[in-house]
Design a protein around this ligand. Structure first.
Ligand SMILES: [Zn+2]
Length: 129
């Protein structure tokens, strides 16, 4: 099976970030195009709302230079995209909504497992052994 080709950095159409700034096409090797393709304008909109353009450019540049995310001043672009996509999915709760859904799923699975596993021996009576 052929692996998908990596995202291209030169596009005919401006990425969502460049389009937002009024450009009709990206500059060569646009650093934001892989993260904010033209068909994901809402992702860029939320990312910009949450982090601001300057910080997004800073995170992108840090990643280009191989600066490791440290969670406070630098986060990875993958995290920016994840948080922005979570907002697209759930504008109110964002990433918290995803975590809450996973927690509910985990609680359901734990309850199901408890129903199907043998009852614990602690029924109030001393065990025969
Ligand atoms: Zn671009």
């Amino acid at each position: 099976m052929a692996s998908p080709s990596p995202p291209t950095t030169t596009t005919q159409q401006a990425c969502a970030a460049c389009a937002h700034q009024g450009a009709s096409s990206c500059p060569p090797n646009c650093g934001l195009a892989p993260y904010f393709p033209a068909d994901k304008p809402k992702r860029f909109w939320y990312a910009r709302l949450m982090f601001g353009m300057e910080r997004i450019l800073g995170f992108s540049e840090a990643e280009k230079q191989g600066i490791r995310p440290n969670g406070s001043t630098v986060i990875s672009m993958a995290a920016v995209v994840y948080l922005a996509d979570a907002r697209v999915e759930d504008p109110i709760l964002g990433a918290y909504g995803r975590i809450r859904k996973l927690q509910q799923q985990l609680d359901r699975l734990k309850a199901e497992r408890a129903r199907h596993s043998p009852a614990p021996s602690g029924n109030g009576k001393p065990s025969p052994s």
